[in-house]
Design a binder for this molecule. Structure first.
Ligand code: G16
Length: 541
């Protein structure tokens, strides 16, 4: 066995977006493409010789090939050890948990998250730093810059390692430890939640349905929900991870998790339903005839945190991404704690968590988590809800409605215009930018614009500035419209338009009706049809 130095040339567009590098599988399969990016990750770091790296992915197509390549490159670059999940499987939250527990140098997550998988689907790679969280922008910018000038990479010619058996292996002097994918993560969950109360809930006949969407959480949920918490076998459905997620879009929202929503609204139903995404960091919570919005979920968890053992001492603060509804802000105000507003992207929460400024954080894109790791965490959020139901004896619907009665309701929706021409999308944003200063004071029907701006964020911990993070129109009644381009798509551009309207007393309107006026204003101001050629959004959540 020997170390090879391979000549290569840079690729265009190896730019890590909101959450690492995401491209179609066909792009990743080009010779040297993956290797260039992995070498750029390693070259962006110092001091990793002899150190440990965590490695795993969501099991999607190309995961198995990529893992072997990365192991050989880690060996050739001088890592001392790689901890890799059995069969190459680790959920994103599990990677974060393992990095922190074993104080490793960092980790690599292979996933395109909620994007579809398979030979014609997407693949992705993300580097997480020693705090367990996604590399911050200064690191991802550095990785990108290196990928633009790379001329060679290092790789071992050692044979593949059999990742189906837990144990220790040698690869060119580097140790490969194949670990149980679930054990460390399950132990962490047990330390945060009242497992005996949840066990009692199930023993008393509470019916739960967990849809793992044929993605990474299947084995995690089987172990934790069925084996450890005693829910009946079959509670976890679509539990076997598949390379193409069974042909589905593993994004837990009411549009993609149609099977779960239909079940919950059907004659049989369950007391609670939940789903997780491709890599296990997103979650959706559903009650009987009610899907909890992610923004409400964050606010409700924050308001009730003391009911859960891991947060019994209270929470230090909350953070939400800018487009996430302001429901959490009202809870923070009531609790007398700070609520931070960050750009979209989990990496922006890292500093705030490390600095102890916040305990809980969340995003409209079905992500919620806390200081226990540095990623969003689907199963964590689901166990939090189960713990709340066990502690209060209430239903999901009761908890949500009581919350609205106390704090008011944020009617919220996101409209996505998917796979539009990138130049047209950029032109739409420029068009809006040019209009911003003239919008203040303008009246549209019953809505008056208070101000309009483009969100820019200064990290309160390290002072770094992130500009152009979404265009916002604020109205005098507290409503908002936000426009931004997705950072996670792989084909063309996706325009996201977010609507947020606050109501103190009118709590039972239909969401799209409540937002109707704002939706019409957005179309008019941004000339969405003119720029995109689309008169309706592709996806409404
Ligand atoms: C990633 C980030 C999230 C972010 C989301 C936004 O999610 O980790 O923090 O909210 O992207 O996606 P977009 O830029 O498309 O709106 P994930 O679950 O895809 O890793």
């Amino acid at each position: 066995m020997s170390i090879q130095t391979v000549s290569t040339t840079p690729f265009e567009g190896q730019n890590p977006g909101t959450s690492g590098l995401r491209k179609t599988v066909s792009v990743f399969r080009q010779p040297h493409y993956l290797e260039n990016f992995v070498q750029s990750i390693f070259d962006s770091q110092e001091g990793f010789r002899g150190q440990t790296l965590v490695l795993g992915g969501d099991g999607r197509f190309f995961n198995a090939v990529a893992i072997q390549t990365i192991l050989k490159m880690a060996a050739a670059n001088g890592f001392g050890k790689v901890m890799v999940g059995q069969n190459g499987i680790l959920s994103t939250p599990a990677v974060s948990c393992i990095i922190r527990k074993y104080k490793t140098f960092g980790g690599i997550v292979l996933s395109a998250s909620h994007n579809p998988g398979g030979p014609n689907g997407d693949f992705g790679i993300k580097y997480n730093i020693g705090n367990g969280g996604p590399a911050p922008e200064k690191v991802t910018n550095h990785i990108h810059a290196l990928s633009q000038t790379i001329r060679q990479y290092r790789i071992s010619d050692a044979p593949d390692i059999d990742l189906s058996r837990i144990g220790l292996y040698d690869m060119d002097g580097m140790t490969v430890e194949v670990i149980d994918s679930v054990a460390d993560y399950a132990e962490l969950m047990q330390s945060l939640f009242d497992f005996s109360a949840i066990r009692k809930l199930f023993a008393n006949g509470f019916v739960f349905r967990f849809d793992a969407m044929h993605a990474v959480c299947g084995p995690y949920a089987k172990k934790i929900v069925e084996d450890m918490l005693g829910a009946p076998q079959g509670t976890v459905v679509n539990a076997v991870p598949k390379e193409d997620f069974g042909g589905h879009h593993p994004d837990p929202n009411p549009v993609n998790a149609t099977e779960l929503i239909a079940f919950m609204n059907g004659p049989q139903g369950a007391d609670m339903g939940a789903a997780t995404d491709g890599d296990g960091d997103r979650n959706m919570i559903v009650g009987r005839h009610i899907a909890v919005t992610p923004s409400d979920s964050l606010a409700i968890l924050a308001a009730n945190a003391r009911a859960v053992p891991g947060y019994a001492a209270g929470i230090a603060g909350i953070a939400r991404s800018m487009p996430t509804s302001t429901a959490a802000d009202r809870v923070a105000a009531a609790l007398g704690i700070a609520c931070y507003e960050t750009p979209t992207g989990w990496k922006f929460f890292g500093d705030l968590l490390d600095d102890g400024k916040i305990t809980l954080c969340g995003e409209e894109s079905y992500g919620t988590s806390s200081s226990h790791i540095r990623e969003k965490d689907g199963i964590w959020a689901i166990l939090f809800w189960l713990n709340l139901l066990a502690a209060t004896g209430k239903t999901v619907g009761q908890i949500v409605h009581e919350h609205w009665r106390k704090y008011g309701r944020n009617y919220y929706s996101r409209h996505d215009y998917v796979s539009i021409d990138s130049q047209r999308a950029a032109a739409l944003m420029d068009h809006l930018r040019a209009k911003l200063s003239g919008l203040s004071g303008q009246v549209f029907g019953s809505c008056t614009v208070e101000k309009a701006d483009e969100f820019s964020y200064t990290d309160p911990v390290d002072g770094s500035v992130s500009e152009r993070q979404g265009i916002r129109i604020f109205f005098t009644d507290g409503s908002r419209i936000v426009f931004r381009l997705s950072g996670t798509g792989t084909v063309g551009a996706t325009l996201r338009v977010y609507f947020d309207r606050y109501e103190k007393d009118r709590l039972d309107m239909a969401v799209q009706d409540a937002l109707g006026e704002l939706i019409a204003i957005a179309s008019e101001v941004a000339d969405i049809a003119g720029f995109t050629g689309m008169t309706e959004p592709t996806v409404v959540t």
